[in-house]
Ligand binder design. Structure first.
Ligand SMILES: Cc1cc2nc3c(=O)[nH]c(=O)nc-3n(C[C@H](O)[C@H](O)[C@H](O)COP(=O)(O)O)c2cc1C
Length: 182
């Protein structure tokens, strides 16, 4: 059984993380969900807990088990990290090395496991030089970027910024985290 950390950030497509969780569990992954505060406005931790059958982490200062520190222990015990959907904000924070919530902090505390990130945002945000530069930084550091699709976006505009399909995301995770000999 592979162990994946699924980071969810504040995007309208956060509800798709429920389907991603189901699909990864079908593939025999143990899924530990970590949500930003903004993500909890789009989909509840309770939903993600019920689907993943695991506690959902939302707060870096909430330590339920005195024998470990979650943001250190979680990535140490994980085979890979997926952030889907990834907001412009979390992409920028990771690129800048900021650690001000559970998700951004545990990313900094993770070593050389496969890391995948699926951006989702308005097409103007996605095209913004800051976002593109930040994605290049992540790619240079070994992150696998799961490119967004061109589609009708939540704001009504058509452009590149829609979260990749659940199929593409699950396929990318399988290729990155499950070598055939594993
Ligand atoms: C209805 C709505 C939809 C949003 N969708 C997105 C989105 O798809 N991508 C994005 O980068 N930000 C989106 N935002 C803005 C983020 O939620 C906001 O930048 C937030 O600070 C992100 O925080 P986080 O990265 O900690 O999750 C949306 C905001 C609202 C109100």
């Amino acid at each position: 059984m592979k162990h994946i950390i699924l980071g969810i950030s504040g995007s309208i497509s956060a509800y798709k993380a429920a389907d991603i969780t189901n699909r990864l569990m079908d593939k025999n992954f143990q899924v530990n969900v970590v949500m930003t505060k903004a993500a909890t406005a789009f989909i509840t931790p309770l939903t993600m807990q019920a689907l993943s059958k695991n506690h959902v982490y939302t707060d870096v200062s909430q330590e339920r088990n005195p024998s470990e520190i979650v943001h250190i222990a979680l990535p140490q015990n994980a085979d890979c990290i997926l952030i889907a959907p990834a907001s412009a904000n979390i992409i920028g924070k990771i690129a800048a090395g900021i650690a001000d919530d559970m998700l951004s902090t545990l990313v900094l505390a993770s070593k050389s496991i496969p890391k995948l990130i699926a951006p989702a945002m308005n097409h103007i945000m996605y095209d913004n030089e800051a976002v593109q530069d930040n994605l290049k930084i992540l790619q240079k550091r070994g992150w696998i970027i799961i490119e967004p699709r061109e589609a009708r976006l939540a704001c009504g505009a058509y452009g590149k910024g829609a979260l990749a399909t659940v199929d593409d995301i699950v396929h990318s995770v399988m290729s990155a985290c499950c070598r055939t000999e594993d």
